[in-house]
Design a protein around this ligand. Structure first.
Ligand code: GCO
Length: 446
């Protein structure tokens, strides 16, 4: 029997919240001195984003953040993970800072704190300044220094009020999609570029951890990783090597060097040409928590024509799926949480979990999303089972607060617990938002 999370007893200090990211919600892409990011560029490329959608306006959060924070307060959220848009505060990625951009995050952080919510600041959710990509982006080893300098700017500005920082969001996703598969910016497909990007992003993480530790008193530092079980499509033996290769690239290429000091074996030899003496120690810096983004397993098939010989396959025909076709496997979530605790020995925060759909208001204006409620109930119940089995899970942040710009899918996939009408920018909490608020209340009952 699945655990009903509303009836379960939760650890006393367990925290509940939501996550968002800058490019997906802010809009105001050309306002107040913001520089361009690689996603602004990608959105202008034909055929890369559904319907030619862009993040130019998105949820207009840049102007409506007060309303959005008020919504979070109303729902009883305790923490809010957002990301800073690097090109908003450093339009050219380095050098002269943009005061108007820095001011925006001052106002945001203050508003979040006034609402009694703890701000968690993620330094990088994929919007690299275009000016740095022009210099090679993450394939340039100097990127680690650029990121350290950007970290210092942010840490000095907000470190008096923000104590919880994440260096990167989903290292493996943006490096693989950006440099090996062309599902994300900058859209290169090249093994050497991908390997360099992996290594330099790892170096950037390590450098950023050191900067945060030295500049922010009482800081709590984490890194946000995607981690999904990789399963051979159809259970076929010929897909097993591909599934193993994807596991090492997708799940382990970042946490292993950052927390264990080594690259996974299938990557180690290939990446050697880019590793210099002392690098592994630069990457492997003590941090305080492991951020997990998890949605479901990946079914993998062999594809000799692909950059690394693997490709995304499909789940079995009878697999439960969300409205957008993603497989629903709460049991995998439980298993991953247990495995991560054992492997890395860090407290885990679930920094993203949720479900995409095509939610629309009914005739009465209400937005009912029973499928999302069922998904959240099953996954949060599974998380409780993991905790009972010894997983050290300390909090859960739903993805996402608002419907938003879903990268290559544009605005066609809605992940919010709050519906956004992109014509009017009207926010309407869905029934899942109410469900989540009630869950939070229930977990607080002594
Ligand atoms: C990611 C990102 C989010 C996505 C979410 C749904 O996991 O890709 O962190 O930006 O929007 O995961 O795909």
């Amino acid at each position: 029997m699945a655990t009903d999370p509303t009836a379960a007893t939760w650890p006393r200090d367990f925290v509940w919240g939501s996550s968002t990211s800058s490019y997906q919600i802010e809009g105001a892409a050309r306002e107040d001195g913001r520089g361009l990011s690689i996603w602004d560029t990608r959105c202008l490329m034909k055929g890369k984003v559904a319907n030619g959608d862009t993040g130019d306006v998105a949820c207009d959060h840049y102007h409506r953040y007060r309303e959005d924070v008020a919504l979070m307060k109303e729902l009883g959220l305790q923490v809010y993970r957002f990301s800073v848009a690097w090109p908003r505060v450093l339009p050219r990625g380095r050098g002269v800072a943009n005061e108007a951009g820095l001011d925006f995050y001052d106002r945001l952080v203050d508003t979040v704190l006034e609402a009694g919510i703890e701000p968690w600041l993620c330094l990088y959710h994929w919007d690299l300044p275009q000016a740095l990509d022009d210099l090679g982006g993450w394939t340039n080893r100097d990127s680690a220094g650029w990121f350290a300098d950007y970290t210092a700017l942010v840490a000095k500005r907000y470190g008096d009020r923000v104590k919880c920082f994440a260096t990167f969001n989903e290292f493996a996703v943006f490096t693989m999609f950006g440099y090996a598969i062309d599902w994300g910016a900058p859209g290169i497909t090249d093994r050497a570029a991908h390997l360099k990007a992996i290594h330099h992003v790892n170096l950037a993480h390590g450098a950023s951890v050191d900067v945060l530790r030295s500049l922010v008193r009482g800081v709590s530092i984490g890194a946000v990783h995607n981690w999904q079980l990789t399963r051979a499509e159809g259970g076929k033996p010929e897909n097993e090597d591909a599934a193993e290769m994807l596991d090492q690239h997708w799940n382990r290429a970042f946490p292993d060097p950052q927390l264990l000091g080594v690259y996974p074996p299938l990557i180690a030899t290939a990446i050697e040409p880019y590793v210099q003496a002392g690098d592994m120690a630069r990457i492997c810096r003590p941090i305080d928590w492991f951020g997990l983004n998890h949605y479901g397993p990946i079914f993998v098939k062999a594809d000799p024509s692909a950059t690394w010989g693997f490709a995304w396959g499909g789940p079995p025909d009878d697999a439960p799926r969300s409205e957008i076709g993603w497989p629903i496997y709460p049991g995998d979530f439980r298993d991953v949480l247990i495995q991560l605790t054992q492997r890395y020995k860090l407290p885990v925060y679930v920094t993203e979990n949720g479900c995409g759909g095509d939610d629309k208001p009914g005739a009465d204006g209400k937005v009912d999303d029973p499928k999302r409620i069922a998904f959240l109930s099953a996954y949060i119940g599974a998380m409780h089972e993991a905790i009972e089995a010894g997983a050290d899970v300390r909090g859960y942040l739903v993805w996402s607060l608002l419907d938003n710009f879903e990268w290559g899918s544009g605005y066609t996939q809605r992940f919010g617990i709050v519906h956004v009408d992109y014509e009017t920018q009207k926010r309407t909490p869905k029934s899942s938002a109410r469900w989540f608020a009630d869950l939070i209340t229930a977990t607080r009952v002594p």
